[in-house]
Design a protein around this ligand. Structure first.
Ligand code: NOJ
Length: 461
């Protein structure tokens, strides 16, 4: 019986290809300015918090810096050709705020503006649909000096940035993503101090969360007002949270982690205010905002789509030593389940459940999987990167997405993370997520076997 089920599962997986998703399904790749562009100090660009954080923190593997990254600023034409060659039709990238507004506010940098015009034009010429992320974690350093995401001025700063971008690019770009994973940058950057700007504690985290929730909705309103026929989304990271045992303590720990990881930003966006979770004093301060009608309204925006970003589920158990949350993760390696080089559990069924769960919220009109992918220890041997584990990962996750679609979820796009190996934040250049292998010394690109797999998968559409 087991053999039969496994065989069936396998042959089912092999049969699917892009065509199984219908002709309108979007297939693309996603990148981000700070992770790919490099050229950190040319053509008038101001510094971002990742430039300064990487210089001083000692918190990035190998002391890596995003100064050159994938040199995308100079090689974007080649990279777009590769996107095209692999058969994708959507290209998601982000705009570096400090390239456009070197001080974060005030003066506009014409050369920065020009770069994204060239990039967008090139996409359009190649028939690639641009999806533009407004904020992918690279706040201008000048704004961080004044508190960054914790500052009550954040809304004003963000309004300026979004206004400039919408007015400049709105004629040619219709698909906009307001924030990339607000839970990611507020928790890692303003609570745990692992990401730029390296701030810690609730005193930083809670205001950062609130300002991000406000900017997320306000950004949507600005693009709606300034860009005709805009298709507006924002992205949420999500990870199913599984209790380690069925003991009550573990179950409650999982609920707290779930409120934080999966509910903190979507619920205010849907107009429900911050998540209400019993026994979780951590969130009480935010609940004060729920009581103020103006905030509940201002954090709400009628997004045309939400971008879901899912990589792995987490298993948690009660842990009295962890402040506020009283929960800690039981790693995939400890539980001896399949995992990637990041230590992230590979579990496509969990991906299917999360897609369905976000859909069942009600009020979500369309889901685009705006990121999904995996890092493995890739090696370039005689010009070949035989990354079978990544192919297997994509096969499993894409099949799970199809199951969710067949269950009635309006999921209409999938953007693989990512095009080339790139600057993976605090992992530096150690984690390779690309469909294309990057030799960081020579900038030579080599399509991995997973890239060729994708090309064949898409060709059959
Ligand atoms: C989420 C982030 O948006 C992206 O920047 C990052 O590289 C990937 N996940 C992988 O960690």
């Amino acid at each position: 019986m087991v053999t039969f089920v496994q065989t069936f599962h396998l042959s089912y997986q092999q049969k699917i290809n892009a065509r199984s998703f219908g002709p309108d399904f979007l297939w693309g790749v996603a990148i981000a300015a700070a992770q790919n562009e490099g050229a950190y100090n040319v053509d008038g660009r101001g510094l971002s918090i990742w430039d300064t954080f990487s210089r001083r923190s000692g918190k990035i593997k190998g002391g890596a810096k995003p100064t050159e990254a994938c040199d995308f600023y100079y090689r974007y034409k080649d990279d777009l050709m590769l996107v095209k060659a692999l058969g994708f039709t959507v290209f998601r990238f982000s705009i570096s705020w400090s390239r456009i507004l070197p001080e974060g506010m005030g003066r506009v940098n014409k050369e920065g503006i020009a770069f994204y015009h060239k990039l967008i034009d090139e996409c359009l010429q190649l028939g690639l649909v641009p999806y533009v992320t407004l904020y992918h974690w690279d706040l201008p350093h000048e704004l961080q000096k004044n508190g960054g995401w914790t500052s009550h001025q954040m809304l004003k700063w963000f309004t300026r940035f979004v206004t400039v971008c919408s007015e400049e690019y709105g004629n040619n770009v219709k698909n906009w993503i307001i924030l990339n994973e607000p839970m990611g940058f507020t928790s890692l950057g303003y609570m745990l101090g692992m990401h730029a700007p390296g701030k810690t504690g609730l005193g930083n985290f809670l205001p950062a969360v609130h300002n991000a929730a406000l900017c997320q909705a306000e950004g949507g309103r600005i693009v709606r007002a300034l860009v005709g026929k805009a298709n507006i989304g924002t992205t949420f990271s999500c990870s199913e949270v599984i209790p380690y045992t069925q003991k009550e303590d573990d179950i409650l720990a999982a609920k707290r982690a779930d409120a934080l990881l999966n509910r903190l930003f979507i619920e205010p966006a849907l107009g429900r205010g911050y998540p209400q979770e019993e026994n979780f004093p951590f969130l009480e301060k935010l609940h004060l905002y729920n009581k103020a009608w103006k905030y509940t309204e201002r954090m709400k925006f009628n997004f045309d789509f939400i971008g879901l970003q899912n990589y792995f589920p987490i298993t948690v158990k009660y842990n009295a030593l962890i402040p506020y949350l009283h929960a800690s993760e039981v790693k995939a390696a400890t539980r001896k389940v399949p995992h990637t080089a990041m230590g992230w559990e590979i579990n496509a069924d969990s991906f299917q459940r999360m897609i369905k769960r976000f859909w069942l919220y009600g009020g979500v009109k369309e889901i685009i999987v705006s990121e999904n992918g995996a890092a493995f220890k890739d090696e370039l041997v005689n010009g070949v990167v035989d990354d079978t584990q990544r192919i297997d990962y994509f096969q499993q996750y894409i099949a799970a997405m199809l199951r969710a679609k067949k269950e009635g979820v309006n999921v209409n796009g999938y953007l693989a993370w990512t095009l080339t190996d790139n600057f993976e934040w605090s992992e530096g250049y150690a984690a390779r997520f690309g469909l294309i292998y990057l030799d960081y010394k020579t900038q030579l690109r080599t399509i991995k076997n997973s890239g060729y797999w994708f090309r064949d998968f898409l060709r059959q559409a």
